[in-house]
Design a protein around this ligand. Structure first.
Ligand code: C5P
Length: 234
């Protein structure tokens, strides 16, 4: 079982993002494009990454009515994105319809279908925030509840904290993917991440992918930082 590295391209322009990608060259295959970069650069950044043979996690966390999300997801499918995500709180119908559409539209275009994963509970939220929304479950139970629902709806996995991987895998099977941010090597700053684990610990917990941003993107020598993290994953 392997744990792979996804580098978060949290930049405000494609020039900055691509400079990093080119600097990391063959060391890193997977990149995450989030709301900021996509809002500024749109599908152009997706094209540039796929031109370089990179795999893209498009992190736009779709949360809307099924029809609107399907229309937006067309871009991800047309651009050959490797994986994208939506909010499990959009409900079963949203996840089922997007999952079906994802398969059918990719088939129609004759391309590989992207993987589709769910965001469960944002890590910026605490149990009190859930209560305010009328969700009475314990936070970990709600994460598991939403993960289960997303699996039933045909999704491929979830974004979760490394600490949740064990339970997700035990309840939903080892082939249900876990993508985990909140990872910090011991030598890096924590920034605003609170409960972090090291890449080595995340690997021991058998997560499929770790997402790392600033310890690489803001490092004096990003390639050296990436290689050090990759070494922990061996
Ligand atoms: O710079 P850093 O390594 O903290 O970046 C992690 C990336 O993962 C960012 O793009 C951030 O938005 C995302 N993320 C996170 N924590 C979550 C979910 C996503 O840090 N719980």
């Amino acid at each position: 079982m392997e744990t792979r590295l996804i580098v978060a391209l949290d930049f405000s322009s494609k020039e900055e993002a691509l400079r990093l990608v080119d600097e990391l060259s063959d060391a890193v295959e997977y990149y995450k494009v989030g709301l900021e970069l996509f809002s500024r650069e749109g599908r152009e950044i997706l094209r540039e990454l796929s031109k370089r043979g990179k795999k893209v996690f498009l992190d736009l966390k779709y949360h809307d009515i099924p029809n609107t999300v399907k229309s937006a997801a067309k871009v991800a499918i047309e651009e050959g994105v490797w994986l994208y995500n939506l909010h499990a709180l959009g409900g079963r119908r949203l996840m089922e319809e997007v999952s079906r559409f994802n398969r059918e539209y990719a088939e129609k275009l004759g391309v590989n279908r992207p993987l589709v994963i769910a965001v469960t509970v944002l890590t910026s939220m605490e149990e009190e925030d859930l209560k305010e929304l009328g969700i009475e479950r314990k936070l970990e139970e709600e994460v598991l509840n939403l993960a289960r629902l997303s699996k039933e709806a045909g999704l491929d996995g979830v974004v979760c904290s490394p600490r949740e991987v064990k339970e997700v895998k035990e309840s939903l099977g080892s082939d249900f993917l876990t993508i985990t941010p909140g990872v910090r090597p011991s030598w890096a700053k924590k920034n605003d991440q609170k409960r972090v684990l090291t890449p080595k610990e995340a690997k021991e917990l058998k997560t499929d992918y770790i997402v790392v941003g600033r310890p690489i993107t803001r490092a004096p020598n990003p390639k050296e930082a990436a290689l050090k993290i990759l070494k922990e994953l061996l």
